[in-house]
Design a protein around this ligand. Sequence first.
Ligand code: PEP
Ligand code: MG
Length: 589
Amino acid sequence: MSEIVLKGVPAAPGIACGSAFILDKQDFIVPPRAILDEEVQSEIARFEEALNKTREEIRTIQKKITREISPQHAQIFDAHLLILQDQLLIDDVLKRIKKEKLSAECVLSQVLKKYAKVFASLEDEYLRERTADVNDIGRRILKNLMDESRLHDFENLTEELIIVAHDLAPSDTVSMYNKNIIAFATDIGGPTSHTAIMAKSLGVPAVVGLKDATLHISNQDYLIVDGRMGLVIAHPTEATRAIYKSEQGRIEALKDRFADIRDLPAETTDGHKVTIRANLELPEEIPSIKKSGASGIGLYRTEYFYMNRMDLPSEEEQYEAYRDVARAIRPHTVTIRSLDLGGDKFISSIQIPRDMYPFLGCRAIRFCLERPDIFKTQLRAILRASVAGNLKLMYPMISGIGEFRRANGILNEVKESLRDEKIPFDEKMPVGVMIEVPSAALTADILAKEADFFSIGTNDLIQYTLAVDRGNEKTAHLYEPSHPAVLRLIKSIIDAGHKEKIPVGLCGEMSGEPVLALILLGFHLDEFSMSSSSILQIKKLVRSVGQKDARNLANQILSLSMGEEVQEFATAKLKELAPHVFSPSEEKR
Ligand code: PEP
Ligand code: MG
């Protein structure tokens, strides 16, 4: 097969080489699980048992339909029974279990996929429509072979895999931590889409917005994912493999190059100090955050706690989770963000259609204000955990002072009830506003009078300012953090905060990009919060330049009229001021 190069949107840096695993919810694909020689017989027995059980189920359904509707309708299931008796299919599965030493469900899923493909390509329309029967019966047998909720369980993964999917939901990625997953490649998504953020927090390369990768790539294809360049190469030639292997080696060798500054302050050469913090998606990241040189957590995204479950987390469960994070990170600060449901983040326990919460809909604080029951449970848990460490609280998607006051009104009610119950909490816990909606940015002077701090959420602020969907690959080229409109807004938010003497941080993806971080340093940003994998590089940058140089650069770029000019100018300046911050293999070619 000849080499195919697919171009997408770079989402998380690094290079990965390995087998593709197509994750498709409509499909019956099960992650490969190797078995031992002595397990072959028991796998075969499990398979035969699942076939028998499925036959019984189908017969029961047929009887019920015959009784309640008509015998003709029940005949629809004859096709299912025929597939279940197909000796070719059964032999194929048995042979492969013995030969490939893979689990019954894994072999069956691959064989069924092959069958479905053959049916789907047939000329005869009647036969082509039988694809649905193959898919349906496949699901039934798989369900009987394994717990259906574990069809995409990565727990027993024995092989390193590159996940290829049309899209990845937060609930998919949340189960992939520490699970031999080495990269992501998706058809859709932009540079700050959920997949990009999650890949960075898992520390794996990712390319999103590949448009039709799932059409070109098959399960088990050998792939190279180049997260810096936004490339996915399927069936690479020997020459391409050799180039990437050596590139991978070079990146690996440079991995710890800034380790010596880990415990040093983020201080410029002329003595200006800033704070560098980590963004936390999952509590599993705490050990790597603690090793990263971060001074605490600047954004704790709590929605992941609500995912992959059918019920809502109780106050007690949330309290314990927040308390553990607060304890692990103290004496540093943890900034907890209240639930940011909606946009690209959904939770299974609230059975409300997704289109109720698009990016411009009832998401984040808007949802919490509509559902004070859910909001209050979270606020109680956060307040109770506040005595375990140094917690700050911030609300996402605030669009103006009215919403901030309403949220604080609910917070005060919760505080009052805790006082009545004599439950301790930190009375002085700072409460801040995420500035991620242009209306909040433009009224930052008003908000700064009542907020304890600001945290600029540029992932959203950019999409709302430029009217560019952050998750859409078709508009990814228009998603420009260096657009003058965005930079002016950021500068004005920082100035408004400083006028009222409150600290201003930024927790969008741009704070981990060296060129943009240099500009932010020049704007006098106080706190940079980012994926823990970027922390040392940004600390190195801060420690290599003078605040005065950064300020001069920031003033100069404010007079430029286009994002591209800003990017070009600031990149040249960064190379001049801190050439060692970049490494040749990390730079985009
Ligand atoms: C942001 O919008 O910049 C942000 C940090 O929040 P999220 O990416 O979770 O929307
Ligand atoms: Mg946001």
